[in-house]
Design a protein around this ligand. Structure first.
Ligand code: NAD
Length: 312
């Protein structure tokens, strides 16, 4: 795609940082949208003025009006409440469902062929909601979590192994919550399995720190949640789609027969390219991994059932 149009909804911490990564990678023209008058316009103007210094050429604009987003190829949805200390992602369900469903209606009305990358939490449920409200084919709707969770695990492994994070492979599957499934067996440093490099208790610490990776940052910040790595992860997915890179990235993709999930969006390795999710790749899971994955999927199903009870 020569000149993609990317909308980022929510000009808060994650949204503004998505706009920054997208602009810095010269992915396309960026339209930043927020409900707060002037917030998106102000941040977009500031970011556009970084272009001559940082060397990016695409337009960056900000608005409260969805008319300016018309014809978007891809939209990253980051609007909504973020966690405060003591809150789980699931505590955000009712409020963010209201916000996300409204946004999706506005977006799709003017960009019927858009591809949605959902970030707002609880992300697996918000991705399902975005799919239902948008009526887009499931392959055009995907949630961001696995790239972030895996990046957290890669960072911790790199630190423990004294290696470059670039050489660390790690996969985190399942829902984006306390039940997420870091796949130790498929994690490696330069192709050498983790279990050969680190003692078992060190690996268990890394797995637990990965599961609590978001809460650790919420606890430090006290007034908000992580945003640099979440935004980098969402833009990595956007780039894979817009540039048809066919990257295999862990993300909340629609699974019906895949992994026997039965029609929900959950974290699995998905190939991202032109058109969105090209396919889902299936690992052979051990009995323990399968049990952890099923538990995580059950947590996602429970959230979707709660949404249905609320009338979504
Ligand atoms: P933030 O409070 O900094 O920004 C949220 C923005 O959304 C605000 O600017 C607000 O004005 C805007 N907003 C609210 N309602 C809106 C509406 N109807 N239309 C347009 N804009 C609206 O929060 P943040 O740190 O940027 O986090 C945003 C969301 O992303 C949260 O739900 C957070 O939990 C989630 N998140 C998800 C992941 C993930 O891995 N999936 C990671 C980090 C954050």
């Amino acid at each position: 795609m020569s000149h993609p149009k990317i909308t980022v909804v929510g000009a808060g911490n994650v949204g503004a940082t998505c706009a920054l990564w997208a602009a810095a990678r010269d992915l396309g023209d960026v339209v930043l949208v927020d409900i707060v008058d002037g917030l998106a316009a102000g941040k977009a103007l500031d970011l556009a003025q970084a272009g001559p210094i940082a060397g990016f050429a695409h337009k960056v604009t900000g608005t409260t009006d969805y008319a300016a987003t018309a014809g978007s190829h891809l939209a990253i949805v980051t609007a909504g409440l973020a966690r405060k200390p003591g809150m789980s992602r699931d505590d955000l369900l009712a409020k963010n469902a209201e916000i996300v469903s409204g946004i999706i209606r506005h977006l799709v009305a003017v960009s019927p062929d858009v591809i949605l990358v959902v970030v707002s939490n609880p992300v697996d449920a918000m991705t399902a909601l975005a799919h239902r409200v948008s009526k887009l084919p499931a392959r055009r709707v995907v949630g961001m979590a696995g790239v972030l969770d895996s990046a957290r695990m890669r960072t911790f492994v790199a630190e423990a192994a004294g290696a470059s994070a670039k050489d660390v492979q790690a996969y985190v599957l399942g829902g984006h919550g306390d039940t997420m499934v870091p796949l130790v067996r498929h994690s490696s440093v330069g192709g050498v399995p983790l279990a050969k490099l680190l003692p078992r208790d060190r690996i268990e610490q890394i797995v637990e720190r990965t599961r609590q990776g978001g809460a650790e940052i919420v606890g430090l910040l006290k007034t908000g949640s992580a945003f640099y790595a979440p935004a980098a992860a969402a833009v990595e997915m956007a780039q894979a789609i817009l540039r048809d890179e066919r990257r295999v990235l862990p993300c909340a993709a629609y699974c019906d027969k895949e992994y026997g999930v039965g029609g929900y969006f959950v974290g699995v390795p998905a190939r991202l390219g032109a058109g969105g999710v090209m396919d889902v790749l299936e690992f052979d899971l051990t009995a323990d991994e399968r049990a952890a994955f099923d538990k995580s999927v059950a947590a996602v199903k429970d959230l979707v059932a709660q949404l249905a009870q609320m009338g979504y």
